[in-house]
Design a protein around this ligand. Sequence first.
Ligand SMILES: [Zn+2]
Ligand SMILES: [Zn+2]
Length: 348
Amino acid sequence: MLAAVFEGEGKLVLQDRPKPEIKNPTDVLLRVTGVGICGTDLHILQVPPAHPATKGIILGHEFTGIVEKTGSDVEEFEKGDHVIVDPHPGCGTCQQCRSGHPDRCTVLYEKSGIPGQAGTIGIFSDGAMTSHVIVPVQSLYRISPSVPSHIAALAEPLACVVSAASKLKVQPGETVLILGAGPIGQLFTGYLKACGAGKVMVSEISDYRRRKALECGADIVINPHKEDIKAVLARETRGGPDVVVEAVGPLLPQAIELVHSDGRILQFGHDELARPEIPVAEIVKKEIVIYGAFIGKFTFAKLPGIIESGVLPLDKVVSHRLPLSKVHEGIATLRKGLGLKIILEPED
Ligand SMILES: [Zn+2]
Ligand SMILES: [Zn+2]
């Protein structure tokens, strides 16, 4: 089977790999029907890398598929089931898993071989940029076959957004500023609007992504290179947004400066090389709450309902559907800022 393999520093190579086989009784073999290219994949392939990954593995952690075969202990799923996949399910038995942090599972940490990194499928073990992948049964959630695969493939980034947004507890009518309108910024726009935010403002330098943000439900879009963001906020809010979502990486100082007193900031943008200078006194004087949020925890079970309801403009978040063999074209498009979520479809 054709597979996109991470070969170390900046290298992603298309290779022929044998179809994987079920080893554990709780394993499930999936036929991949859609896999997203994530910003994390771009970070992994950056030189120097801005995110670790295990050399030699097949990338792809945002995926959906159809059950092809199940291990002897798998009872809840059968051949033909359409599923979404939590790529960091945890072992379920270690101290971290049992205290609610499957992403910090110590058993999977060991498997990843990289201290401090969970064993995410598609980052530290073989993922889904190929036609077939083995996943543990605890990763799977059934979804209606009526959901197109390029929409179901958004489940993983959506899980991260739903998990992060639950910390913010946005109230009806509150004002929200989102910094960065990549796929995550777009998902936050649609989701927080659906949660009742009164005015969602999105700051983004790309013309294309600002246009997409309007389609995803933004009330106001701002080009921070051309407009004075403070002047826009002075006009559109009473003293600043109640909530700022940082979906870029190094913009926490700006979020602290712009948010309303007593406001909440969500640091979601995740760049391991970013070292911004933090105006600590402002956090104190404005009595700001800053949340960090990483991946979806215990949110996957809610996702089939959210996705199937059609309440979110998910189709607007997918900019391209490409055959897997065009993965490099997809990555180049994203690096130029010309796409949003690109879904690869294995040609099998
Ligand atoms: Zn991702
Ligand atoms: Zn564990």
